[in-house]
Ligand binder design. Structure first.
Ligand code: SF4
Length: 297
């Protein structure tokens, strides 16, 4: 184990882990739905419920940021609004920062207005994917080229100066990680030919590396739009086997870190276990086979 990771291990063993970012999959809606590398699988109508959002912020109050993910979060503007309301209500994140990750296709004025109102109170960043797989589908479905998306972003940047806009590049980056789940599973060969780093999902989470002398950076789980705690990067199609439990008030699934290893890439990987006895209380809230159900163990 590399020296630079020893402190991360010690921090975890001593319970000094700091969750720097709370990633929330606020919706499984998506207007594209079939990007070759998509780990989410088919879009579904779910949006994260208020009680899930409140339960999370009642528990996680000292994280530095919250990431708003999807699907496409711009298709769930009210959810973005009540995520921020919950941050305020629970006085979560003394250095509040909200980051939204978008495919950049649809931004109705209503979405900008909600985000602009938030950005007047806290740092708000929008990352628009610059990604060959998105490009392919966006051009096919909406006739928009990467240049069009760039122009849309530039126009929005001028109109809403309090929001920070960025392009997040994966284009041609062979070390970019793609989770082998959802549509990516069916397109494994294409992704391999393109040289992407494919990761097989299991009940693990990935550490971000330590940043300078800062404390451990660790993202323990993602909360999905159905209120399940799922290990980071795990596909929602697999949530019934990988859910760590349902997020309810006072009932955040307990994660027990029980093993470490270091990947060649230098990422730390932690294996996790969870308190199975708690899961017995989490019966499925099942709405068909949309991937939001839970199974014990
Ligand atoms: S990768 Fe993103 S934009 Fe593409 S289908 Fe999946 S959720 Fe939608």
């Amino acid at each position: 184990m590399a020296i630079e990771n020893e402190r991360i291990v010690k921090d975890v063993e001593n319970g000094n882990v700091i969750l720097k970012d709370l990633p929330l999959v606020v919706t499984h809606r998506c207007q594209i739905g079939d990007c070759l590398h998509c780990a989410r699988g088919n879009p579904r109508p779910d949006v994260m419920e208020k009680d899930v959002v409140n339960a999370l912020f009642a528990y996680f109050q000292d994280t530095e940021s919250v990431s708003i993910l999807g699907g496409e979060p711009a298709l769930a503007p009210q959810t973005i609004e009540y995520v921020y309301d919950a941050m305020e209500k629970h006085n979560a994140f003394p250095q509040k920062r909200m980051v939204m990750v978008s495919n950049g296709v649809v931004f109705p004025a209503e979405v900008y207005e909600i985000i602009e109102a938030i950005s007047s109170k806290t740092q708000t960043d929008i990352y628009i994917a610059d990604d060959e797989f998105h490009d392919m589908q966006i051009e096919k479905k909406f006739g928009l080229t990467p240049k069009d998306i760039q122009n849309q972003m530039e126009a929005a940047r001028k109109k809403y100066p309090t929001i920070n806009f960025y392009r997040r590049t994966r284009r041609g980056a062979s070390n970019a990680k793609i989770l082998l789940a959802g549509h990516a599973l069916a397109n494994e060969n294409i992704l391999k030919e393109k040289g992407y780093d494919l990761i097989v999902p299991d009940n693990r989470v990935f550490f971000a590396a330590k940043q300078g002398n800062e404390s451990t950076v660790l993202s323990l789980f993602t909360a999905d739009a159905c209120g399940n705690a799922i290990p980071c990067y795990i596909s929602n199609d697999m949530v019934h086997t990988h859910s760590l439990g349902r997020i309810e008030n006072g009932n955040i699934p307990q994660i027990i870190i029980n093993n470490f290893e270091e990947r060649q890439s230098g990422d730390m990987v932690v294996s996790m276990d969870w308190k199975k006895e708690r899961l017995s209380a989490f019966k499925s809230t099942q709405n068909g086979d949309n991937g939001c159900g839970l199974e014990n163990g």
